[in-house]
Design a protein around this ligand. Sequence first.
Ligand code: FMN
Length: 190
Amino acid sequence: MDVYDTIISRRSIRRFQQKPIKLELLKKFVNAARLAQSAANLQPLEYYIVDKANLCLKVFETLSWAAYIKPKWSPNENERPIAYIIILVNDSSNKWYQRDASFAAQNIVLTAEGEGIGSCVLCKIDKEKLGDVLNIPNDVFIDSVIALGYKDEKSVVEDYKGFIKYWRDEKEIMHVPKRKFKEITHINKY
Ligand SMILES: Cc1cc2nc3c(=O)[nH]c(=O)nc-3n(C[C@H](O)[C@H](O)[C@H](O)COP(=O)(O)O)c2cc1C
């Protein structure tokens, strides 16, 4: 896929086929993250790949899903992520680490999208529990978790009409409002 097509086809995916992802692909996603831009090239990030079923379940239990979907929802047992990449920060005194982590996360999700793999970036995490589960040292900070798997849901963009909350329709298709180009873009004048 062309880079632009990959960017516009990416949506957050929260339901996944229970089909394994090759470890080589997960390593490719981390490699894409590793090579992302970094403020002052300090590179404070590390990556934790999880693809063992028992560990995936433990990671899953620390996450919160799709807060706008009511009643409270999370993926069923047969649609949970097949793997995770956790973005870690080994120097949280670096004041730009969140930006570095965002670029790294975007490299991961776009590389995954290009391979036909869906993803969701999650930041609402029980970090204490996740740190215990993954034996992460106390001085290493958990920034985000990227859930991965072959897609088992459809998500489409809608024009923003005064509300930003995504919703699911009766066919279980996710609809994600995005602000319109004309409303947020200024060309040569504000
Ligand atoms: C910083 C950040 C944190 C997020 N945290 C969560 C989360 O904890 N749980 C979740 O289900 N989605 C999470 N998301 C996904 C957003 O809900 C999603 O990006 C947004 O609704 C727009 O949908 P789209 O990704 O399909 O464009 C997060 C996204 C970002 C950028």
